[in-house]
Design a protein around this ligand. Sequence first.
Ligand code: GLU
Length: 328
Amino acid sequence: MSSEPSRGRFAPSPTGPLHLGNARTALLAWLAARSRRGSFVLRLEDLDGPRVRPGLEARILEELRWVGLDWDEGPDVGGPRGPYRQSERRERYDAALGRLRAAGPAYPCFCSRAEIQAASRAPHGAGDEGPRYPGTCRRLGPNAIEAGGRRAPAWRFRVPEGPLTFQDGIHGQCTVDVASEVGDFVVARADGVPAYQLAVVVDDAAMGIEEVVRGDDLLSSTARQILLYRALGLTAPRFAHVPLVIGDDGARLAKRHGAPSLGQLHQRGADPRAVMGLLAALSGLAKEGGQVRPRELLEGFSMSRVPARPVALKRELLRALLPVIPGG
Ligand code: GLU
């Protein structure tokens, strides 16, 4: 691996408190950038208005600092490539959509969710976008567009046929056929809100991000994003998708496993070095049961040490994080 500095980022959505899986992703993103003397950017992905919870941004920042992570640019510290909240960057997404419309790949779509469901032959093969879009509005002529113009359209990206291959820092070579798996995907909703896929590409490019480290629930989005980078004439970053943390029943770590959020661990007196020790152990970077600060993991860090399969968090390790509260 080259030791050129590499700019990285962590991009939480303020829709729920940080849990241990998010903290592990943040730690690995931070290590990837800092181990190569790169800067680290914190970006708040707060476009999903109704799901954004007021006050959560400050708590997310506080908990990340509590475990020993830092950033050079972000919503609280500013920086030359801000603003660092997506809600303050709308004109950039609108400009990118304008370019996609002018150049041809973005087209208006008047279909309702129910129409797409009904027209799709594989409603159960649905991914995060819902069923594969059957292309109903792909060839609408100007008359049909005018007729449909009574309601505001969503905007879809015309996906080229054929598979796309990219290298992932953890999963290796990945091949996705976006046209057959997802179809033409939404880049802006009918209410004008840009889709995550578009916003993340515009931002990672504008913020000069060279390596994107994020949860592997987003691995399936990456091919769509690479298509957008190409269509906008932008260079795609490198990607590394961190596997999920699961409970001892094999399901994605959730409240019912009794897994506290980072904030709850903080409030209940956990030692942040023990929390980081646990996350480092889950990532193949340290032995179980140790205490560590993120900066102590920098030497010898390599993404190749991180297992590509989901890692299970044993209940007793979780319990060991919390001090025994007298009478509690
Ligand atoms: N905002 C997304 C999330 O919190 C992450 C997006 C990304 O890293 O590309 O899940």
